[in-house]
Design a binder for this molecule. Structure first.
Ligand code: SAM
Length: 230
């Protein structure tokens, strides 16, 4: 979708990316929570090749250092310029729907904060399925709701509309490309960007009561699928 690509092409968007989403003490707390959730889903084998797509600024780079090789891919030159400061084995500028890597060459694909930008996950899941080896792992996130999901698709505020994806459709789509759900973690009572503007003690309070709230009321789901057949 061109609105999304145009937004992330901008240098100021790349420069402000981390501060805008995870700035201040509240933002840092949310970032830490996201990172520990991801950490809990990452496979522990170290010999693997991991693809981080879209790599963005290389936000999760440190967590991927345990793997033999980490590759980053993103459409935005400006975001890739930021990721160059991190230690990726290689960085590729491409659309995530068509990644110039050979089939069945990846052990792990991580795709964070992408699907909320797109109405259809299908072309991306198809491509990740092509790239993953059998038993390879795919980790991604989706959101259950967002105030920006009601904005029209043509509206460009904050980089455009947010798309929500329904659990049963996600599982069905992934199954059609040979994936089986192995784990999932639901997090956060509010869309992440909200916390950034709340005082630290309120953010901490909301996060601490999260464990008593049903998953169906939480905004972000982190998914872990394994590719079981082609
Ligand atoms: C919200 S950022 C997420 C970056 C990173 N995964 C993270 O969690 O910090 C979205 C990224 O997706 C990239 N992007 C959007 N559409 C893309 C596409 N079709 N192919 C490749 N990258 C895309 C943007 O350039 C941007 O870097």
């Amino acid at each position: 979708m061109e609105i999304k690509k145009d937004f992330y092409k901008k240098k100021d968007v790349a420069d402000d990316y981390l501060e805008f989403r995870y700035g201040g003490n509240s933002g840092k707390l949310v970032l830490g929570e996201e990172n520990s959730t991801l950490q809990g889903l990452l496979p522990h084998y170290k010999e693997g090749i991991v693809l981080d797509v879209p790599v963005g600024t290389g936000r999760i780079s440190n967590m991927l250092n345990i793997y033999k090789k980490k590759i980053g891919a993103d459409f935005s030159k400006e975001m890739l310029n930021k990721a160059k400061e991190k230690e990726y084995s290689s960085l590729i500028r491409c659309d995530a729907e068509c990644i110039p890597l050979i089939k069945h060459s990846m052990d792990i694909v991580i795709s964070l904060r992408l699907f909320s930008h797109y109405k259809s996950m299908d072309p991306f899941i198809k491509e990740y399925s092509r790239l993953l080896k059998i038993n390879g792992v795919l980790i991604f996130d989706t959101v259950r709701w967002s105030p920006r999901s009601i904005q029209p698709e043509v509206c460009k505020i904050l980089g455009g509309k947010v798309f929500v994806h329904i659990r049963k459709n996600i599982i069905k789509l992934l199954a059609s490309y040979g994936f089986e759900l192995v784990d999932q973690k639901s997090r956060f009572l509010l869309p992440n960007i909200f916390y950034r503007y709340l005082p630290y003690c309120i953010t901490k309070g909301i996060i601490s009561i999260e464990k008593f709230i049903p998953d169906s009321l939480k905004v972000t789901t982190f998914w872990k699928f394994q590719k079981i057949n082609n």
